[in-house]
Structures are given as C-alpha cells and as structure tokens.
Design a protein. Structure first.
Length: 413
C-alpha cells in the first residue's frame, strides 16, 4: 500500500485532533496490512487442514478387497459354477444375491470368511444383482456390487409328474417325474427337487434309467400327510447344453390307508381300510402261463370304462374287449384290476385271466352293488394292491409306481 503525507487544509490541523486523525490513518494502515496477511494465512491453514483430513481418511480406508464373479454387466452367464464371491485381506460379512423379482438366492459364507457359495443353481435368462460386504482386521468395511444376466438355453427339458397338484392320493403314491430328455447329470437334477412333508418324514429319490426319478419314504405314507414338492429345475443343466425350464410347486395330500391283499391261491381279495378288513371279495387272477405278478402294486390310473386288446400286450388276437368296466391300472406292462362281466363262475373258483385281477361286474357297470363297481367307488389313485401266492415272479419296481418292491437301502443307494 502506497502511503502519502496529508496535504491542504487538513495538514494545518494541530493539537489532539490532528494527532487523533494521524492515529486513525495509521490504524487503518495497520488493519489493512494485518487483514491481508491474516487472509493469506487462513487460506493456507485451510489447505493444510484439507491435506490432513485426506491423509486421515486414507488411513481409515478398509484393507479388505471384495471380488465378485461374474464381472458387472456380464451376459450369458452359466447357471452353475459361475457365481463366486471372495474377500482378500478381510472376511465376508454379508452377501445378498437377488433375482429380478427380488427373491434372494440362498448361499453360505465359508468358515474363514474368504468365500461365499450359492446353495443352488441360478435360473436361466435372469438378471441377478450381488451386494457383498467384507471387514478387515480393524473392523473397517469394504463393499462391492455387481449385476449380470444368465444364459438363454437353446435346448431344454421338462418333467412330467404324478400325482397332480392339489390331489388326494393313497398311502402308496410316490412322487414320480419323467423327463423329456435323458439326464446325464442326475445329482444336479435331484438336488433341484425339494420335498417337504407335514409331519416330517425322510423321503429319498431313486432313478430308474436316465429319464425317471421317483421319491418315497421308507414305509407307506402316514394318512393325512401333506407333501409339497418344489421343482426348481429352471436353469439346471440336465445334460450337456440342455437345461431345465420348470420352476413349479406341487402339493398333494395322503388320504386314508387302503391296502388290498389278493391271494392267487385262495382267489380272494381282502380289503383293509386303516388296518381293518372292510370286505373280502372273490376274484380271478392269471391262468397258467399267464400268471399275475406277485408284489406290492399301486393304483396309477382309474378308468370307468376302457378297451383291452391282447395285441397291445403281446397276446395277439386272443381278446379284444371294448367296454371293460371299472379298470384300475397296476403296472405299465398292462396289469389291471378291473370289473369282469364275461367271467362266468370263475370268481373265487379258478384263475382265468391273462394276468389281470378280475372282479365280478355287469356290462355297462351300472350295478353299484357289483364287486367291481364297489371296489372302484371305494378306491383312489395311490391305493396299494398286494398280490401273493401267484406262481409268477415279483413285479419289477419300475413296472408302474411299484418301487415298494425294492429294499430301502437299495432304494437310497
């Protein structure tokens, strides 16, 4: 600042006033100098303070490093094995994976906190978001987010199942699913099918070939059991390049217990309801050379009337009956328990069938009191029919829904 002597009339002022004016001028000069210097120091102080804050913030940053695969924005991601979350220089504390509907994908953080693994496969053609958090040894957190989309398969498979959703079935009914393509990754497919029961009971699956999977408990279901099956097959690679497309829940209920025992020698069928015999019915079974299978068989189909042609089961033109009443299927190979209006006096007296179990009935099935009609009206899908004392072998477990003929340990293996 340039300071000049005061001139003119003002310069002639003497005494205290003049001194006071001179003092004010000097004070203004000092204030100006002090203000400039102080402002500069204040700015310098703030710059120094900002540098210190930045250093402190850097020292507080977590050392943990979170990694997510696949990378953010990835497309056509495989539904199994591609999703991985890990932490270095720290431990994972939270991993949240959600699909486009906001449903969480369950998973587990390893004991050392280094990795997180999903508990199941991912669905196909689905966008997922991942949020992961880790802490370092000082408790400081680091987070990472990712978003990716899974592949759209060119080849798919589905499963056709029984019993139907919402049905009530007998105590012998397994949950059976047959796949449209042969499965070469059975463990992955079986893992994707979850069965819950109320009351709880152990249920195990067994593969018949590469396209059929049945589930059952060790013994017949307890009446009243509620069974829920979650088919989480969407995105499961059942065979190389072939993926499941079903995401469905199926529920069914077990009704009363009905187990009917056919004695091929006595030619009788004893019908037990909840452990008590409610009726004994005369029957006819397979004649010599065409004996009925032994073993435990489950009613898998009920038809008020059907056509039975010997040509369909390898018996040529021996018979072709277009209106067989009250037919209930016991095996895939063609064994039925059915009403019979042409058998004469065979019932309870001799075996005359081609392997089926015949009950006296009338043509057209109109007589509700006839044994064939009565049994049909008092039966349901899943009821058990046991044949004993026949001269034939035991029915194969996969010939119908007849896995009960396989020992439990072998079933689980």
């Amino acid at each position: 600042m340039d300071v000049r002597p005061i001139s003119g009339a003002s310069a002639g002022i003497r005494g205290r006033g003049g001194r006071r004016l001179s003092a004010l001028a000097a004070g203004a000069l000092l204030l100006a100098v002090t203000a400039c210097g102080g402002e500069a120091r204040a700015r310098g102080g703030r710059r120094q303070g900002q540098g210190a804050d930045s250093t402190a913030a850097q020292s507080r940053q977590s050392e943990a490093v979170v990694s997510i695969a696949p990378k953010d924005g990835a497309e056509s991601v495989d539904t199994s094995g591609a999703l991985k979350v890990s932490a270095a220089k720290g431990r994972l504390t939270e991993v949240v994976v959600k699909d486009g509907d906001g449903e969480r994908i369950e998973g587990k953080i390893s004991g050392d906190g280094a990795t997180w693994t999903p508990s199941t496969h991912l669905a196909a053609s689905t966008t997922y978001t991942v949020h992961a958090v880790a802490k370092d040894s000082a408790g400081r957190t680091a987070a990472e987010d990712s978003r990716f989309t899974t592949l759209t398969p060119k080849n798919t498979f589905i499963g056709t199942f029984t019993p139907e959703d919402g049905s009530k079935v007998g105590v012998g009914m397994p949950f059976s699913i047959r796949f449209s393509r042969g499965i070469t990754h059975p463990e992955d497919v079986e893992k994707a099918i979850r069965i819950r029961t109320e009351p709880a009971v152990e249920v195990e699956g067994h593969w018949f070939g590469n396209d059929r999977l049945d589930f059952r408990p060790e013994k017949y279901w307890k009446p009243g059991t509620k069974v829920t099956v979650d088919l989480g097959l969407d995105g499961v690679e059942g065979r190389d390049g072939v993926y499941g497309e079903q995401d469905k829940t199926v529920s069914f209920t077990i009704g009363r217990s009905q187990i009917s025992v056919v004695d091929a020698k006595k030619l009788t069928m004893e019908v037990k309801r909840d452990g008590k015999v409610i009726r004994t019915i005369p029957v006819t079974t397979g004649k010599a050379g065409m004996e009925t299978w032994n073993g435990q068989m489950v009613i898998s189909e009920r038809l008020e009337v059907t056509r039975m042609n010997g040509e369909t089961v390898g018996y040529g033109g021996e018979y072709d009956i277009k209106d067989v009443p009250h037919a209930m299927r016991l095996t895939t190979s063609g064994t039925f328990l059915h009403g019979n209006y042409w058998g004469g006096d065979a019932f309870g007296n001799y075996n005359a069938s081609h392997g089926c179990i015949g009950l006296r009935d009338v043509r057209g099935g109109w007589d509700e009191k006839a044994p064939g009609a009565w049994f049909f009206d008092n039966s349901m899908i899943g009821d058990v029919v046991v044949v004993k004392n026949s001269d034939d072998a035991t029915v194969a477990p996969d010939n119908g829904l007849n896995g009960w003929n396989m020992p439990w340990e072998k079933w689980k293996a």
